[in-house]
Design a protein around this ligand. Structure first.
Ligand code: ZN
Length: 98
């Protein structure tokens, strides 16, 4: 899957409160494109929570006491998905020399 880079400019979601019809500027497969929408509306509370957990996960702190096998399956799956996406993004950023 190709990675899309989203730039949050003045008219984008950088300053919106999720109630806007924002201008999204993004790069997809090397081409810059524009669209209207709102990134904040696409991110659920659960997604935001998992993204926060991911920071702790990377620092070695798990959600529940014990090892990886003691964690809820949904949590382990979410950390795995986020980790794979971060790795893909880092690989692509390195390839593009950013
Ligand atoms: Zn927005």
């Amino acid at each position: 899957m190709a990675t899309a880079f989203i730039f949050l400019g003045e008219g984008g979601c950088r300053y919106c409160k999720g109630d806007g019809d924002c201008e999204l500027e993004f790069e997809f497969e090397g081409k810059k494109q524009k669209a209207r929408g709102c990134i904040r509306r696409m991110i659920t509370t659960q997604s935001r929570l998992f993204l926060n957990f991911y920071q702790h996960y990377k620092n070695g702190f798990l959600l529940c006491e014990g090892g990886l096998l003691n964690q809820p399956a949904k949590y382990v799956q979410a950390m795995s998905i986020i980790n794979n996406e971060v790795a893909k993004l880092e690989k692509e950023l390195n390839r593009n020399g950013r």
